[in-house]
Ligand binder design. Structure first.
Ligand code: F6P
Length: 591
């Protein structure tokens, strides 16, 4: 038998040698990769320390709940502190279409109304804290009666702390700019709700003219060349550039309260370039989520000749830089209305009496403007699903829908209203009986106090938007429940679902899932409700509206300081004169 051992030894030695060489090469490659990664990380840290545009105060920066941010108690004092320390003498001017207080004629008297608007709930405490000026359309029937000769009125009426400056619009302006371009064009364009946007040239002209009118008012109200202007929402896409042209030193922070569509959808808008150019007059453009920031940046990338630094979320256009950041909006903590309300037990009693609900009936609620983006009809479908599959719940659960009338002259809103009434009637006919009405549809404006009372009386709150920038009803419900009870059903397509993870997250298009979630909510133990509610309350408390505004103001302060430093060292200002070219500096630094 031949001895094969030598044949076996030779290939094995070669193999070992080969393995050793490969391991050696891999080690060298790994060392190179690690050292590059370390260098990149160090460079990034150095950039942050040197004042990259991205992180004004790294601990405040994260939208999630970083440990350091949670330690900061965000309050009106925090905001005032930021203003006094970081932006001394800055005048804060808020601009929105909707005013925070509406004066309406009521018989012989005047009635004060606080509109159903997430924007108003968020901005009102901020403007109070900053003692600023709020410029808005004066749409109330008695608005003109209560202003002074400069169209100003001090508010809140019970404890005046800021100035409301009213702008008057004609019927035609209101029709073209607000109902037409903003609400029949941009609103359906930006929300995935499958309602076709309507764009008319005459609406666009009105939109431009009204934006110009508001720009004139901002300039008239500015006490100096350097105000901080907080431009709100899709009614004013052109305003930032119009202000920039007249007040080049201003800090303009524009917040877009609704989603931003992907660039393919955005391309539908015939005036897409003008809208992007208008918004890029801002120092900062804010959205609720990073996803919407990315969509906006992609739209700019596609339709404008610009330079984009994705890592820093900065866009250079026409010689000026705009930062594009996510700032998830929130509510004040504790809500001012809360303190005036009776305890949960009393609220429950009162709401049940008011709507004729028996003691053993569980109460589900929905509260919002009557809008086709809110998924109201999908709630009816969910209830139908529950009662069909679990008939033992017939007579044991009622759904109260509070819907504030909104944009009621537009056909899409009229159709929605009719359909809601039809479906509510249908459910009541099929499942109702003497003394039991499964659906209560109340299409009326409710005050904040009334809304908070309803939140406190509810067993389940349904926020089932088909698409929503944030949705503050979800956060208000959580804030109202200091008894740590109640279940929140929350749409995965509302920005709030990125923060309120302990809600029952649902897809409003999936009737089975919605029905199941409703059943889960109705049968959830008190202990589970407590655990979920406790966690959500911590999130809303820590990420309150003062943090939202404070983060933007800190970013603004940082920009302003950088301009001052660059001026001091003689860096050339940009054509707009206010922001130095951060992108250029980064490029130079990288060479
Ligand atoms: O949800 C987006 C939003 O602009 C809110 O900011 C605001 O509450 C609402 O829509 C506007 O409603 P209205 O048309 O009644 O002012």
């Amino acid at each position: 038998m031949p001895d094969n051992s030598s044949y076996l030894v030779v290939p094995s030695a070669a193999l070992w040698l080969f393995v050793l060489v490969i391991v050696g090469i891999s080690c060298v490659a790994l060392a190179v990769v690690l050292s590059r990664a370390r260098r990149a990380r160090n460079m990034k840290l150095a950039r942050l320390e040197a004042g990259s545009v991205r992180s004004p105060l790294p601990e405040f920066e994260k939208n999630g709940q970083s440990a350091a941010a949670a330690l900061v108690q965000w309050s009106p004092e925090t905001l005032r502190h930021i203003l006094a320390k970081e932006l001394p003498d800055a005048q804060v001017i808020v601009v929105s279409n909707r005013e925070p207080y509406i004066h309406n004629r009521n018989g012989d008297g005047i009635q004060l109304v606080v509109p159903a608007s997430g924007l108003v709930s968020a901005l009102e405490p901020i403007t109070r804290a900053c003692a600023g000026t709020w410029i808005a359309y004066g749409g109330g029937s008695a608005d003109a009666l209560v202003v002074d000769e400069n169209d100003r009125v001090e508010v809140p009426p019970e404890n005046p702390s800021y100035t409301l400056r009213r702008v008057w619009l004609s019927e035609e302006e209101q029709q073209g700019y607000y109902l037409g371009f903003a609400n029949e064009g941009l609103w359906p364009l930006c929300h995935i709700a499958f309602t076709r946007p309507i764009f008319r040239a005459s609406d666009w002209e009105a939109y431009e003219a009204v934006n110009r009118k508001f720009a004139d008012t901002v300039v008239a109200e500015a006490r100096n060349e350097r105000p901080i202007v907080l431009v709100q929402d899709y009614h004013f896409a052109l305003l930032p550039r119009m202000i920039r042209e007249r007040l080049p030193e201003a800090i303009i922070i524009t917040f877009w309260h609704i989603p931003w569509p992907n660039s393919e959808v955005f391309s539908i808008c015939p005036w897409r370039e003008k809208i992007l150019e208008g918004l890029l007059g801002s120092s900062i453009v804010g959205f609720h989520t990073q996803f919407h920031c990315n969509n906006f940046i992609d739209s700019v990338d596609r339709f404008l000749e610009s330079r984009i630094e994705r890592e820093d979320s900065a866009i250079s256009y026409g010689g000026q830089i705009s930062l594009v950041h996510a700032y998830p909006i929130s509510i004040e903590w504790e809500p001012a209305r809360q303190a005036q309300l009776p305890d949960v037990a009393q609220c429950r009693r009162h709401v049940r009496e008011k709507f004729g609900l028996a003691d053993d009936v569980r109460l589900c609620v929905g509260v919002e403007r009557l809008d086709y983006t809110k998924g109201i009809l999908d709630r009816f479908t969910a209830l139908d699903e529950l009662l069909r599959l679990h008939p033992e719940w017939i007579g044991k659960v009622a759904f109260l829908q509070i819907a504030a009338p909104s944009r009621g002259t537009l056909p899409a809103y009229q159709q929605l209203h009719e359909e809601c009434l039809r479906q509510a009637e249908d459910l009541n006919r099929r499942y109702g009986r003497d003394g039991y009405t499964p659906v209560l549809m109340v299409t009326e404006h409710h005050s904040q106090e009334q809304v908070y009372e309803i939140y406190r009386a509810a067993d389940v709150c349904l926020v089932t938007s088909l698409h929503d920038g944030m949705n503050l009803v979800a956060k208000e419900f959580v804030a109202a429940r200091n008894d740590e009870q109640g279940v929140l059903l929350l749409s995965m397509f509302a920005g709030a679902s990125k923060e309120l993870l302990e809600a029952l997250i649902v897809n409003p298009y999936d009737a089975t899932m919605m029905g199941d979630a409703l059943l889960q909510a109705l049968t959830m133990s008190s202990e589970e409700q407590r655990q979920r509610m406790q966690r959500m309350r911590e999130v809303v408390r820590d990420n309150n509206v003062y943090r939202w505004a404070g983060s933007m103001l800190l970013d603004a302060a940082r920009l302003r300081k950088r301009v001052a430093v660059d001026r001091a060292v003689g860096a050339a200002p940009t054509s707009s004169g206010n922001v130095i070219s951060l992108l250029d500096r980064r490029r130079v630094a990288a060479l």
